[in-house]
Ligand binder design. Sequence first.
Ligand code: NAP
Length: 274
Amino acid sequence: MKLPLAGVIGCPVGHSRSPILHGAWLKQYGLRGHYVPLHVEADDLERVLRAMPAMGFVGANVTIPHKEAALALADEVSDTARQIGAANTLSFRDGRIHADNTDAYGFMQNLRDGTPGWRPETSPALVLGAGGAARAVLVALTQAGVPEILLTNRTRSRADELARALGDPIRVLDWESYAQALPQAGLVINTTSLGMDGQPPLGLPTEALNPDCVVTDIVYTPLETQLLRDAKARGCRVVDGLGMLLHQAVPGFERWFGIRPEVTVDLRRAVLEQ
Ligand code: NAP
């Protein structure tokens, strides 16, 4: 029997924490198999994907800049991947490429884990940012039944485009005036790259937040962003972004290696120490 292989395909790929994450699970569960980083140029993507099953690959994660191209190349696409417009998890079965996107699942699972008792259907959510990650977050919120999603982005046209593509219940607000929505928001999510190491802080006026609001940042370097620190000081429940990365990996690992892995404190530590 072939040793099952999986990996992460990106360009560049050296920064990816997925090999540490999957490697830790393989070790923890005593499984045979390997998970490797694969640097693949855009022009080679299709050839590489078609050749992988013969080399023993049972699947792969896909990261920047190949997520949209992988979706287009797949033979079968999940509803969620189609809605998000990008694939991050591929499985090779029966000579076919199956594409899924687990970022929405990862985002929501992390949020639910961090806020026991939180009920998505009870209040509006404010989403900051309209880049690639925002799409998965918006799909997750829609699937969870959030009644109103207010979306704001520095470049308004990108937010308008997302709202048009994903439809109800998303409504776009101007970046300059989004603070007006803070007192009513039950959930605030930063999906911009602001607050990341080397980037300016988001600068959200946390004094306008309702202390019952849940605040989450998908940026996880640093783990506690200025936004999360200020929101915590305001009395809000906060959830950091690392868990999204960990949880999005669960469905792929289960499909490829046959065990549904757990996201634990030790795993968080192992990934942070990379
Ligand atoms: P992206 O597609 O490049 O989008 C970047 C977003 O940030 C856009 O909305 C952009 O607004 C906004 N932005 C950048 N600089 C800004 C500034 N100076 N002022 C206001 N807005 C600014 O990136 P992405 O893939 O969505 O990723 C966004 C962040 O999420 C990154 O930090 C990434 O590491 C993180 N992330 C985390 C996870 C996880 O698992 N936790 C998963 C994916 C991504 P414009 O449209 O106006 O440029």
